[in-house]
Design a protein around this ligand. Structure first.
Ligand SMILES: C[S@@+](CC[C@H](N)C(=O)[O-])C[C@H]1O[C@@H](n2cnc3c(N)ncnc32)[C@H](O)[C@@H]1O
Length: 221
């Protein structure tokens, strides 16, 4: 975070804790459950998450609206339809109201449907087959913003998510860093590829990880 003063754009209480948007200069910050979740200064990994769905993907599920960078990149990539599932109702309302240009663009594109809900419960109930399921709802299983998100990284839930994929579909999970236990679980469920997105933030290097899972045998094992 830069040393510029933060100006609050919006703040609301939710059953899962407070959510807020702040601006520091040109940079927008998202605070979830009182924890800094992300900002708009460095979004290479959010964009790489969208790119992992491939060019012009068909139907994509995005878990976690955030500041809308993954969804916006999917739109740029020619996606046919995006279902965005977001836990914090106020964030959806702010997107519709256009509190930031990026969120406004995502909320008003006819290819996007915004759903208020917990993706852990929303996805297993859906009959749809997704070409890609992109999950960026938390930091990863080692440092959760919402404790209840632990279930998203558990084998049973991940298996149910794989069942919602089209035959050639891909499930991609963003993680703040490499988590060997998660990689092991995923490798027991399908064909796993792991890629690192190295980013520099204020002079520090962060190695974010994308776990991509497809149905089939794990070629790495
Ligand atoms: C880091 S942000 C996502 C960033 C997004 N990829 C982007 O490009 O801006 C995480 C988002 O997931 C939401 N979230 C957290 N847990 C969730 C859950 N279980 N289901 C749906 N959304 C969730 C948070 O409220 C937050 O908006």
């Amino acid at each position: 975070m830069s040393q510029l003063p933060a100006v609050e754009i919006a703040r609301a209480a939710t059953p899962q804790g407070e959510i807020a948007l702040r601006r520091r200069g040109a940079v927008v910050e998202l605070i979830v459950n009182g924890v800094f979740a992300m900002d708009s200064a460095e979004v290479a990994s959010e964009i790489a998450l969208a790119d992992a769905a491939g060019p012009a993907p068909g139907r994509v599920l995005v878990g976690g609206l955030g500041l809308g960078y993954t969804a916006a990149r999917l739109l740029d990539n020619g996606v046919r339809h995006i279902d965005v599932v977001e836990l914090a109702r106020p964030l959806i309302d702010w997107a519709v109201q256009g509190v930031t240009d990026q969120l406004e663009r995502v909320a008003h594109d006819p290819r996007v449907q915004l759903h208020h809900g917990d993706v852990a419960e929303w996805l297993p109930r859906r009959p749809d087959a997704f070409d890609a399921i992109l999950l960026d709802v938390d930091n990863g299983p080692a440092f959760l913003i919402h404790d209840r998100n632990a279930r998203i990284y558990a084998a049973d839930w991940l298996r149910s998510a794989l069942d919602r994929l089209a035959p050639t579909g891909v499930l991609v999970i963003w993680s703040e860093d490499a988590v060997p236990a998660l990689a092991w679980t995923l490798a027991t469920l399908g064909n796993l590829e792991e890629s690192v997105v190295a980013v520099q933030r204020e002079g520090r290097r962060f190695d974010y990880v994308l776990y991509r899972l497809r149905r089939g045998t794990n070629v790495q094992s």
